[in-house]
Design a protein around this ligand. Structure first.
Ligand SMILES: [Zn+2]
Length: 539
């Protein structure tokens, strides 16, 4: 019986044999290529590993989002990227962004098109308050770059203290703030940021910052600070950063290091010396920077802090009182003179919701347009009017090129754009959002020779990954996530200018995030392979 059944089966054997013969014949006439060994191979590039080592020629094989192999003549990939003659580097990590808008603009083209593969949100004291929830939203939305975040001290302070915050917090409020910071750290925040020129952070004492930073330190997080001063009072501001580092046992990052106001120019070496002194005492202090001689924030920063307390109502009441208004104007003139200036021609409006026709205009130009005069009193009146109407964004041309280069050369300086996600064509924002990283490579490496290419790449990759505890990124090594950028060192450049900021960087050919191309042949692919990166709790 069994045998019969086999015979029964054998009845089909000829067809099997025929099929095999056919297959064998087709293989003879049409040789099949070997199956792809990798999902993607970046072929024959000059690899800069991100650690600062000189480039070496190699292929990089990617499998399941990670670097699977680095070597010569790797087997085929389902996708092949020809990088001959180009640099292949780890994707850039932007340590200082205000990219919360990524929820609305998930492709974040201004970042990815200059090779940025990870952005850190939540800077200058402002972040989403419930980071766990926010990460969940971004995971569901699908985003192009990887996103990590700090928890904003100002955000926490605002939540805990309500609308009245020009005072110390009560014990109960302090406990609430600590609870919010702790919750954020458990949700994966990299640390806590402060914005000590902005309300409500400006009213915090150093003791408050130390107490909250102790929570951050428990998780090996970092304290980043937009300091109280980047000009005349910068030494006192740095001393406060050191006091927090020492008092809380926390690692600290000086955000967007700079010297504002011509009267402070030439002090960069002195400032770095002060930081070196703190490091010699055992404090872990690092810094980041954007390579432009202009900063950008709200125009309201020109209006005295006390005049802005209590929101719109408080401000209106003070302005209606001739004596108080006189004091405001006097203080603004004194602050201007303190910078060695007698006009606001170094300030340009970037985005004014109440009067978009002012976008791109300097303060004297805007005063002429709105008030018909451009003397200093008219300029001050314009600034006060705009603050009363909801304020405006502005660019402040107040940084010296020489200082910028001294800061950039320091081995612990990394790059941060200080930019949000840009909506193409909207307003006249600071060009750093489109060009910060490409500008380092084009202007400061190739044109001016301030940095070597390998050191510039290190500042954008392994240095920030180590400093901010971003795991498995920032280096080209087997098993690291395949965040990679392929660029032409001879042509890479920023194109965005202060007059025409909406111009993408050039010379960036391929950008891979978690092994998936988000830029291919210099064009965005529309892919959204980004992950939310949560700092892992200490073991
Ligand atoms: Zn800032």
């Amino acid at each position: 019986m069994q045998r019969n059944r086999r015979v029964g089966l054998a009845f089909d054997l000829p067809s099997w044999c025929m099929l095999n013969d056919m297959l064998a014949a087709s293989l003879l006439t049409l040789p099949m290529p070997p199956p792809p060994r990798y999902d993607l191979v970046v072929r024959d590039g000059r690899v800069l590993d991100g650690a600062g080592n000189p480039p070496f020629r190699a292929d990089i094989g990617v499998r399941r989002g990670r670097i699977a192999a680095i070597g010569q003549r790797l087997g085929p990939g389902r996708i092949e990227v020809n990088a001959r003659g180009k640099i292949v580097a780890p994707g850039f990590i932007d340590v200082h962004t205000h990219g919360e808008d990524i929820e609305r603009l998930p492709l974040a083209e201004n970042f990815i098109r200059q090779g940025v593969t990870t952005i850190i949100l939540g800077n200058c004291g402002e972040s989403r308050s419930d980071l766990g929830r926010y990460f969940g939203v971004l995971d569901r939305t699908g985003i192009a770059p990887n996103v990590a975040s700090l928890i904003g001290h100002g955000t926490v302070r605002g939540r805990a203290m309500g609308g009245s915050f020009s005072r110390r917090p009560t014990d109960a409020e302090m406990d609430k703030m600590k609870g919010l910071v702790d919750r954020a750290m458990r949700a994966g925040a990299l640390g806590m940021s402060t914005g000590l020129i902005y309300q409500p952070g400006v009213f915090a004492t150093t003791e408050e910052l130390i107490e909250l930073s102790r929570v951050v330190a428990r998780y090996d997080g970092i304290y980043t600070s937009h300091m109280r001063s980047e000009g005349n009072a910068i030494l006192a501001a740095l001393a406060e950063v050191f006091a927090v580092a020492e008092g809380a046992g926390v690692r600290c990052e000086v955000s967007h290091i700079k010297l504002s106001g011509n009267n402070n120019w030439g002090r960069a070496a002195e400032i770095l010396g002060v930081i070196a002194g703190a490091r010699a005492r055992g404090l872990d202090i690092t810094q980041d920077q954007y390579v432009y001689t202009a900063s950008s924030t709200t125009l309201s920063q020109l209006v005295p802090q006390w005049a802005r307390v209590g929101g719109a109502d408080g401000y209106r009441a003070r302005l209606a009182d001739p004596q108080q208004k006189g004091t405001i104007v006097e203080e603004m003139k004194a602050a201007l003179a303190g910078r060695g200036k007698d006009t606001y021609d170094w300030v340009t409006i970037t985005s004014c919701q109440s009067d978009p026709a002012l976008n791109g205009r300097s303060i004297p130009e805007a005063a002429r347009q709105r008030i018909g005069k451009d003397d200093l009193d008219a300029q001050i009146q314009l600034i006060l009017d705009l603050h009363g109407a909801g304020s405006a964004g502005a660019v402040f041309h107040g940084i010296g090129e020489e200082d910028l280069q001294v800061f950039l050369k320091h081995p612990n300086t990394m790059i941060g754009s200080d930019s949000g996600v840009r909506e193409f064509g909207k307003d006249v924002p600071h060009p750093r959002g489109y060009g910060a990283f490409a500008r380092v490579l084009g202007r400061y490496v190739r044109e001016l020779g301030v940095l070597s290419l390998e050191d510039a790449v290190r500042k954008m990759t392994s240095l920030p990954a180590v400093t901010f505890r971003i795991e498995d990124r920032g280096l080209i090594r087997e098993r690291m996530w395949a965040d990679l950028v392929v660029f032409d060192p001879d042509t890479v450049t920023d194109r965005a200018t202060f007059r025409e900021p909406h111009q993408y960087a050039e010379g960036i050919d391929y950008v891979l995030i978690n092994g998936v191309p988000v830029v291919a042949d210099g064009k965005p692919t529309g892919a959204r392979p980004g992950k939310t990166l949560r700092r892992r709790a200490p073991r």
